[in-house]
Design a protein around this ligand. Sequence first.
Ligand code: SF4
Ligand code: SF4
Length: 267
Amino acid sequence: MSASENTQKLRELFTVTSKQFSLRGILCVTCYEPVYNALMQVQKEHLKMITGIRHTEFMKNGFIVSIAYAYPEGIIENIGLCNEGVFDIDAWNIYAKWYQKLNYTLNETANRIAKKFNGIPLPATSEGISKKVESVKDYFPTTVSHRVHTEQSGIGWRGRNSLIINPVYSCTIRLAGVITSIPLNVTPKLEADCGNCTSCLDVCTFLRHKDKLDDYREQCLAYINWLSLDDEVCGKCIKACVNSPRMNTLESTSELDLSPLFYTKPI
Ligand code: SF4
Ligand code: SF4
């Protein structure tokens, strides 16, 4: 089958699956080689370990299918709510529960796509790891960065909060991927950025001072562990982004061509 026919089949499968989970999805495709080249060395080794003898084949003819599911509307607003000056942990845990649910549905979706397209799934996350590692550097060799392939496939741009910012859903998305050598149509990288926005920096002192810190992600990890929610999350920089002037401007001006991105529900 041609790349266009395969891409159509892939979109149909993703549409059916996201409908089954009642989630809003995004699907894009990029090439394997530039993703491999952009990874940090320890993640290159991890990707080679995952792909084994197929790594050479993927370097020549490989693709990565980037998938994302968006949190249902309203979930993100539970992040960081306060009652009389005290964090409302029950509300915040609604977000933490959805983080788990999106990881589960992404893994299921990636497995289904991998099975149909003779591929290898890249799961959403390595859960339960934040309290086991002493430093974020211990985490890097255990994963392949979804931010690298989703940035290259055009799901979003890299925001000042280091997350992938989709023009429609901001960073209220979770990510996964599938590696395959079945020919597919590749989607272009997004030409967009944060502009003058600083909303995420305004809510997080670690992000705001990241240029002065060795690695702000160490402080972020410590804060997440201190919060001790039902999963390893904070999310204040996500809530700030979705409510930021930059995202509101994008909504009102439709400044971007969204046609290469495949959305599974009306925007
Ligand atoms: S998750 Fe929380 S602590 Fe980490 S960068 Fe975002 S706002 Fe800051
Ligand atoms: S809040 Fe603003 S600066 Fe931060 S990632 Fe979102 S758009 Fe970019």
